[in-house]
Design a protein around this ligand. Structure first.
Ligand SMILES: Cc1ncc(COP(=O)(O)O)c(C=O)c1O
Length: 391
């Protein structure tokens, strides 16, 4: 593992964490190591596994570099990479839960996380209860004798409810229940999971860590106490990220702070502009003072990324399609966190169970990319023009 430095600021660590040029012939970046077989010089070394790398699936210097950097930035004990964000979530839940256990999952969780609970965990005899993401300390009332994990995601997928993580952690830890956080929206730069008491933090590194929409990657960062079961499951499931994707994660990480600063600035500009549009009923973005989660966000987060939602006033489906189909800069597609702007209609009424989504009209999720704000505004403005014309 590479050295950590406690005295340096986060931006400095972003540039230097997980990097040892002296071990790479002076080259600045840890290169892409490809490989399965790793040779041992002697029988003794083989029998004792007495070298840092033993088999490709169990890690390479490229993988270790990104793991070390992420563990340091999240403020956790150690990190393990997986081939996707969803595999990080699935591995964590399977590592911590057994037949007969109960898990509490936020109703605002990423939808495939929910599907995993409803299908795989259910089949294994593990029961899931979905809770209102705004539950706070009242999570205590939902904890049962066999509850092992509270799964959180803050802000929540699509609807961006900010969860009171310290209050949930206090109630969970009082009953020896672990708290897992999907920290993808904030990244380790804008929310420090372990400083707020979480036991495990998950990143869909596919998003802002990679940052360029060109790779799939997940990361599980643990506390010291939760390291053993996660490491064991990760090993037993045979998970290993691809070498190129890992390298792209490392490369993306170096510019994460600079990119997020810009995503945040432009997202605020777009959100404020949208808030004044007559077609928009409300904007859901915790960084806006008008957002119901703003006070909690201000207390616990140090920034906001470029992903938020708007609710439109009632409008016909063809009018909405006319707006979205003609956009030239905002692309329609899944994922987010890349350099490019995205827009996606969504409707939580179709799958949420613990809360009721009430909206004036259709909802849209926007990812504000690194393009010029004026150009993005013009693209949306033209879209509203088409929407009005088709209404
Ligand atoms: C909040 C959140 N968590 C996890 C994931 C899953 O990540 P991946 O697509 O890398 O599996 C996503 C993907 O959109 C996400 O938005």
């Amino acid at each position: 593992m590479s050295k950590r430095s406690s005295g340096q600021k986060q931006d400095t660590r972003l540039a230097h964490a997980g990097r040892e040029p002296t071990q790479q012939h002076g080259f600045v970046n840890t290169p892409i190591y490809r490989g399965s077989t790793v040779l041992f010089p002697t029988v003794k070394c083989l029998e004792e596994s007495a070298q840092p790398f033993t088999y490709g699936r169990l890690g390479t210097p490229t993988v270790e570099a990104l793991q070390d950097a992420l563990a340091e930035l999240e403020g956790g004990y150690r990190t393990l990479l997986t081939p996707s964000g969803l595999s990080a979530i699935a591995t964590t839940l399977l590592a911590l839960l057994s037949a007969g256990d109960h898990v509490l999952v936020s109703d605002s969780v990423y939808r495939p996380t929910r599907r995993f609970c409803d299908k795989v965990l259910k089949r294994l005899g593990i029961r899931t209860t979905y809770y209102d993401p705004l539950v706070g300390a009242s999570i205590a009332q939902l904890i049962e004798d066999n509850t092992r994990v509270v799964f959180t995601e803050s802000p929540g997928s699509q609807t961006f409810e900010v969860q009171d993580i310290p209050a949930i952690v206090a109630a969970a830890h009082a009953r020896n229940v672990l708290v897992v956080l999907d920290n993808t929206w904030a990244t380790p730069l804008f929310f420090k999971p372990f400083a707020h008491g979480a036991d495990i933090s998950i990143q869909a590194a596919t998003k802002y860590i990679v940052g360029h929409a060109d790779a799939m990657l997940g990361a599980i960062t643990t506390s010291e106490a939760t390291w053993a079961p996660i490491a064991e499951a990760h090993d037993e499931f045979g998970l290993c990220p691809g070498p190129d994707d890992t390298y792209l994660g490392l490369r993306g990480l170096r510019s994460l702070s600079a990119r997020l600063e810009r995503h945040q600035r432009s997202a605020l500009q777009v959100a404020e502009w949208l808030g004044k549009r007559p077609e928009v009923a409300r904007v859901i973005y915790p960084a806006l003072p008008s957002d119901p989660g703003h006070a909690l966000w201000k207390r616990d987060f140090t920034g906001a990324s470029g992903l938020f939602a708007i609710v439109l006033k009632p409008v016909s489906k063809p009018a909405l399609a006319a707006m979205l189909d003609g956009l030239s800069l905002f692309g329609m597609g899944y994922s987010w966190g890349g350099f490019e702007s995205l827009i996606l209609p969504f409707d939580p009424r179709t799958y949420r169970t613990a809360t009721t989504w009430q909206a004036e009209g259709p909802a849209l999720r926007l990812h504000v990319g690194l393009e010029d704000f004026g150009d993005l505004r013009a693209d949306l403005e033209a879209g509203f023009g088409r929407l009005s014309a088709a209404s």
